[in-house]
Design a binder for this molecule. Sequence first.
Ligand code: ATR
Length: 276
Amino acid sequence: MDLYAVFGNPIGHSKSPFIHSEFAKQTGEALEYTAVQAPLDSFAAEVEVFFNGGGKGINVTVPFKEQAWQWVQQRAERAELAGAVNTIYRDSSGIYVGDNTDGKGLVTDLQVNNKVQLANKNILVLGAGGAVKGVLKPLLDCAPKQIVIANRTVSKAEGLQRKFAEFGSVRACSFADAAEHLGQGEAFDVIINGTSASLAGDVPPISGALINADTVVYDMMYSADLTAFNAWAKKQGALQLIDGLGMLVEQAAESFYLWRGVRPDTAAVMASLRAL
Ligand code: ATR
């Protein structure tokens, strides 16, 4: 039985063991997937114990994704740019490879599961922290017209603009100035909330005028009810409201694929999670 685990602190809330166990059942892959709460000061030591004990691969979650990025010996390009690693495995020569499947998870959930077009679209991303940095390259790979990054601390959005400008049109601004990057009468086609404001039930202070009846709104958070951001966007008349449950399952599917070379059926697992 091959061993996998998710490392985080805290980790009790993690849905990853459930998701990967479902994937394994579905695909007939013989694996066991557990959750490990690593002490805050000994992530690397715990990971080494896991791999030395025969572990085949791990996921990494809060607060260890940046430490994982530092620790791996080689990084996939999307992980290099994300500045964070959420998936680790060893290659055939035993080298620890770090990847980041979060952006792929978001893009797959948007384009495949929800049939949202991204090519040549105006995309507004709210937030400029780790969650946003992790998804910018895969979003830019979809060739949007532009990505406007609005953040409370504008200098952080500007830093991301500089880092990602070579991959497409990226603009940075405050929440109040986001409309300046739209043409007359335009709204954003897609708005993605990547701030952690939702954790406290807060909504970033953007104008409702950025949303029209064709706007798709995506909150990277998820909850049993509408998230605070999606509830606000609904009131503004958005076309479609999506939360981050699909992203969670799709990033897991991409990790599973990296480890096992098999693509699981994500729709079935999403339905099970919604029903929990
Ligand atoms: P994560 O890994 O979740 O991205 P992070 O790197 O701490 O966490 O980033 C949190 C993001 O949410 C930042 O963009 C932060 O804005 P600042 O850069 O100005 O700190 C944003 N954020 C957090 N709380 C917020 C709030 N109440 N309103 C608006 N933005 C908020």
